[in-house]
Ligand binder design. Structure first.
Ligand SMILES: NC(=O)c1ccc[n+]([C@@H]2O[C@H](COP(=O)([O-])OP(=O)(O)OC[C@H]3O[C@@H](n4cnc5c(N)ncnc54)[C@H](OP(=O)(O)O)[C@@H]3O)[C@@H](O)[C@H]2O)c1
Length: 260
C-alpha cells in the first residue's frame, strides 16, 4: 500500500541536501525512491527513514555522469511500476578553478550530471506525470544561476540553464498540471566543496544557509506552484539588488566572496 501523497523520487539522496529532501518528504508522508551512486549511504538513509516514519522506501543505484545513466535509471524505475508524483532533480556537482586549466572530463561530468541527465529525467517523468494527471518537479539550481562566479564558470552555466529551463517548463506544462520549480540557494555545508576542490572561505562560511530549511523551502515552493525559490532573506535581497548592479561589478564581488 502506498501513502496517500504518493511517491517522490530524489536524485543525489546519498549526501548533503539530497538526504534533507528525503527527510523532509518522509516527514510530509511521501513514499520515497532514493537514488545516487553510493548504495551503502542510500541503504543507511532508507533504514533511518523507515524506522522514523511509516513510509515505503526504494533504493535505485544510478550513475548520472554516464550518458545513458538517466535512461537506465528510468528503466529501473519502470520495473518498480510506481507512479511518481514528485521528482527532485538534486544530483549535481561543481569543479572549482580556472576554466582553461580544468580537465575536460571534469567539465563534461558537470554538464552531464547537472544539465543533460537532469533534462532527460525531466522529460521522461514529465510525460508520465502529464499522463497521470499531474505532478511536481523541483530542479535544484543554485544562486550561481543568478550570479555567476568566475572560478565556477561551467557550473554557473549549467545552473543558469536549469533556471531558464524550469521557468519555461513551469509555464509550458501548466495545462498538464505539471509544476516545475527551480531552487536557487546560496551556499550551504555539504560534500559539494570536497568534490569541487574548494576550501570554503570565511565569507562563504558566513553566508551558509541551514540545509534543512533550504530543502523545506524548495518542497513548499514547488507544491505551491512557484517558478523560482531563493531561500533566505540575505539571498532574496541580493537577488533584488543584483538586478540593478552592473554585471561586471557583481561578478567581481562574487569572485571576492569565494576567494576571501
Ligand atoms: N552546497 C552548496 O553550497 C550548494 C549551493 C547551491 C546549490 N547546490 C546544489 O545542490 C545539489 C546537491 O549538492 P550538495 O551540496 O548536497 O552536495 P553533495 O553532498 O556533494 O551531494 C551531491 C549528490 O549528488 C550525487 N551525485 C553526484 N554525481 C553523481 C553521479 N554521477 N550520478 C548520480 N548521482 C551523483 C551524489 O551521490 P553519489 O556520489 O553517491 O553518486 C550526492 O548524493 C547540487 O545540485 C548542487 O549543485 C549546492
Amino acid at each position: 500500500m502506498s501513502s496517500k501523497l504518493g511517491w517522490a523520487l530524489v536524485t543525489g539522496a546519498s549526501s548533503g541536501i539530497g538526504a534533507d529532501f528525503a527527510s523532509e518528504l518522509a516527514d510530509r508522508g511521501y513514499d520515497l525512491i532514493l537514488t545516487a551512486r553510493r548504495r551503502d549511504r542510500l541503504e543507511e538513509l532508507k533504514s533511518e527513514l523507515t524506522a522514523r516514519f511509516s513510509i515505503h522506501v526504494e533504493v535505485l543505484v544510478a550513475d548520472l555522469g554516464n550518458p545513458d545513466g538517466a535512461q537506465q535509471l528510468f528503466d529501473k524505475f519502470r520495473v518498480l511500476s510506481l507512479p511518481v508524483r514528485l521528482l527532485v532533480n538534486n544530483a549535481g556537482l561543481g569543479h572549482f578553478g580556472a576554466f582553461h586549466s580544468q580537465s575536460l572530463p571534469d567539465i563534461q561530468s558537470m554538464i552531464q550530471v547537472n544539465l543533460t541527465s537532469l533534462t532527460t529525467l525531466t522529460r521522461l517523468f514529465a510525460e508520465q506525470m502529464a499522463q497521470a494527471g499531474g505532478g511536481y518537479i523541483l530542479n535544484v539550481a543554485s544562486f550561481s544561476a543568478i550570479q555567476p562566479t568566475p572560478d565556477y564558470a561551467v557550473y554557473s552555466g549549467t545552473k543558469a540553464y536549469v533556471l531558464a529551463f524550469s521557468q519555461a517548463l513551469n509555464h509550458g506544462l501548466r495545462s498538464h498540471q505539471v509544476r516545475v520549480c527551480a531552487l536557487c540557494p546560496g551556499f550551504f555545508d555539504s560534500e559539494f566543496f570536497d568534490t569541487a576542490g574548494q576550501k570554503p572561505t570565511f565569507l562563504v562560511r558566513m553566508l551558509m544557509l541551514n540545509r534543512r530549511s533550504v530543502a523545506r523551502a524548495g518542497i513548499a515552493g514547488v507544491l505551491r506552484g512557484k517558478t523560482l525559490v531563493v531561500p533566505g532573506i540575505l539571498y532574496k535581497s541580493l537577488n533584488l539588488l543584483l538586478r540593478f548592479a552592473p554585471r561586471t561589478v557583481a561578478t567581481v564581488l562574487a569572485d571576492f566572496a569565494v576567494k576571501h
